[in-house]
Design a protein around this ligand. Structure first.
Ligand code: ZN
Length: 245
């Protein structure tokens, strides 16, 4: 099936290069790995940008340096399962993110380097119905990523030092936000959900104790998303599309 038929939205935009910007390893795999696999299956180039390396995660007895090494390896393995080989690690401190000018500049630089026509990121708005998805690092990353798409990456005056570094301005025409509400774009993942689950299970350090329930939970979420969108028996990941052209 053509990619355009798998993306249910009010317009017919189909990306050619997508950049995912998230706070932690495994955020992409929970929110969008089925979509990533659907995109890469259809020849869309997908690149990951990870603001932290998850060095404040589990298990607590490991040092931040040990967790960084483990979690970067797990995310790299998970990315390969859904067709992604280019990952950028921005090295910010896990658990301490704020949407300040330093983070905005780092994300504007990444956007200018990757030059995508779609950015997928966290919602900057706290959803009080889903408090785990509204981790403070997610909100900070979403806020900084939206600001990096508009105006920072496209405005040469935003961070003049990026021009000095050789990074020309770049305008991204679409944002897809992982919000959990007000969703208006739904990507079919029926053919890719097994790889999404495999990618999630590649995060052994985080998910090994829920290997049995996780596939059931992920299938339930995807079915619930489709039902909420009026898409019947399909499996989908849902986003809020923001026009930024
Ligand atoms: Zn996270």
């Amino acid at each position: 099936m053509a990619l355009a038929e798998l993306i249910h939205a009010v317009d017919d935009f189909v990306p050619s290069k997508a950049l995912l910007i998230v706070a932690h390893p495994d955020d992409i795999d929970f929110g969008a790995a089925g979509t990533v696999a659907t995109l890469t299956d259809h020849g869309v180039e997908v690149v990951y940008g990870l603001v932290t390396s998850g060095q404040a995660g589990e298990p607590a007895h490991l040092s931040p340096a040990e967790l960084t090494e483990i979690r970067q390896k797990e995310q790299t393995d998970a990315a390969a399962i859904v067709g992604v080989t280019e990952l950028h690690w921005l090295g910010f401190p896990d658990g301490h993110l704020v949407a300040d000018l330093e983070l905005r500049k780092a994300l504007a630089r990444l956007i200018r380097v990757v030059r995508p026509d779609l950015v997928i990121t966290h919602s900057p708005v706290r959803n009080l119905e889903r408090i785990y998805a509204a981790h403070p690092d997610h909100l900070a990353t979403g806020e900084a990523a939206v600001a990096a798409v508009y105006p920072d990456a496209r405005n040469g005056h935003s961070f003049p030092e990026l021009l000095t570094e050789g990074h020309a301005p770049h305008a991204v025409p679409r944002l897809w936000l992982m919000t959990g509400y007000e969703n208006n774009l739904h990507v079919e993942i029926g053919d890719t959900i097994d790889r999404k689950i495999e990618a999630l299970l590649a995060h052994h350090s985080q998910n090994s104790d829920r290997a049995e329930m996780l596939p059931i939970m992920i299938r339930d979420w995807a079915a619930d998303n489709a039902a909420a969108a009026g898409l019947g028996e399909r499996l989908v990941e849902s986003f809020k599309v923001v026009h930024t052209e």
